[in-house]
Design a protein around this ligand. Sequence first.
Ligand code: XBP
Length: 251
Amino acid sequence: MSLKGIIFDVDGTIAETERDGHRIAFNRAFERENLSWHWDVDLYGELLEIGGGKERIRYYISNYLPSFNINQSLDEFIAHLHLLKSRYYRQLLENNSIPLRLGVKRLIQEAYSQGVKVAIASTASVANVEALLETSLGNPMASWFEVIAAGDMVERKKPAPDIYLLALEKLNLSPHECIAIEDTNQGLTAAVKAGLKTVVTVNQYTEKQNFDEAILVLNHLGEKDLPFRVIQGENYGEKYFNLSLAEKLIS
Ligand code: XBP
């Protein structure tokens, strides 16, 4: 098999964490700090254009709150707010873990059992990625990820290719030996710029985005008895996303 690695994006791809996970945690942190900010579902959809929680807060302050002022450094304020938010996010996951998207667990198991490496390339912070993997996959599956490339490990976040390039370097694999799985246009751009063939599984926030550069666009990865719907691309007669389809897509 030429396929040696699968690199997963996290938020929105492995699990639907944005609307009912990160968004809620941001709002709890704002309340805790007595800020009258509230990110509703639609506003959060707009803010998702900005990858990274700290970057998203900074963007919100400069674009939505022009007269906002504080008596401390803005960097420190944002770092503090983000730390609080990350604690609430972990609590949310621990109390009410967010389920994995359809087909994700099966694909990880299939890859692991056939010696295909699995890795993460995410804009979210390492702590938040690990919290999701631990609560949704548990052990030992969470430890099957050979590489977790995430958050501030690179300077430029998606749509820059840096996080995917880092994942490839740590995997010690070249792009043509791997496939990436993403859910957003920014993530797709990052993966494609890193030279990776990329499959997109859309979700509520991303279904209207442009995915022309994807090798395949699906509603989800599917299961034997719950086939995917192909939105764009060739599925080679397969009904759910498996290693055999991945192999054909990278060949
Ligand atoms: C998702 C993101 C993250 C999360 C919040 O990244 O852009 O910023 O929304 O996580 P990906 P943090 O889809 O690449 O996994 O607060 O930890 O940044």
